[in-house]
Design a binder for this molecule. Sequence first.
Ligand code: NAD
Length: 323
Amino acid sequence: GTRRVLVTGCSSGIGLAVAVRLAKDETKRFKVATMRDLDKRGPLEKAAGDLLNKTLVIKKLDACCEESIKECINSIPNRQVDVLANIIKGEYCIVVVNNAGIGMIGPLECQSITSMKELFEVNFFGLVRLVKEVLPDMKQRQSGHIVVMSSVMGIQGLLFNDIYSASKFAVEGFCESVAVQAMKFNIKTTLVEPGPVMTEFERKVYEDAENIDLSETDEETARIFRDIYLPYSRKVFTTLGQTPEDVAEASSDNQTQKVITAKEPPLRHQTNRLYMPMTALKHADPTGRLPLEAFYKMVFKHDAVFNATLGILRMMNRRKGNK
Ligand code: NAD
């Protein structure tokens, strides 16, 4: 069957990698990679090479603008009813990968409500706008798949990521709710939950962190952020981080492309198995004490605990990888 995949936020990172990966898919299904700013299409065009305008089309889509989303979806031929007529129910499928997102770290007191709202505009309302636009079509066709870049921080909050994590929890709550209705119309929903991924996202977040005005908070909080959290977080990225290609890569087991093409895709898919024990803590203890204490110890007790945890996780990973 025809399968059109629309991906948002493709000028860099995971979105770019997913778009290129899908464009290389041997079934040559039609892919639409979108980005807010077409002036930033260079890296994607380069990575797509001669697939450009064959299996990959680049279009403009700003997740913060309803008009822009409407225009983009309207420009796709399959919105038109005549195409629909030729399609056997269930065989036709449009997949929407909501990937556009921004990060934010730092003490709450140092962040403006305006910047928090901007983050929600992209990470949460960007998703809501897109789903609002495509869901009616999908329902009518009784076919479709909504794939959403969430995060492990959509399952488990982390200090100094209060607003980012809240936005991903919002994404998770929204998708869980929509998924039940969607199922009635044969529409699939998947939350992709990566751990740390080495992209522009990470670079931007740390760059912003350098410029945070820590005088807005007390000295102890500033110290914890600067001297404990930042080094800890950088270490997490370098030791546990995946590449965007890892996340997009089909050959490594069950990654985003597999999720996208799966017949029975899961509601949740964590891309980094190193994180599974951490997110499992949440389900293991309804009082919430277990994950709270584990994260507290990992950040505040001593490095030894953190390093030991890393060691065990890496070993588990290697064992699983060898199987
Ligand atoms: P990235 O910064 O490389 O990519 C995000 C993309 O979203 C950028 O291309 C950016 O231009 C785009 N974008 C921002 N605002 C937009 C808007 N209004 N309309 C359209 N596009 C917009 O970072 P990434 O790591 O590839 O992030 C992709 C997704 O993965 C995000 O949703 C992020 O929250 C999620 N994620 C990232 C990590 C990580 O550690 N990098 C971890 C878990 C989840």
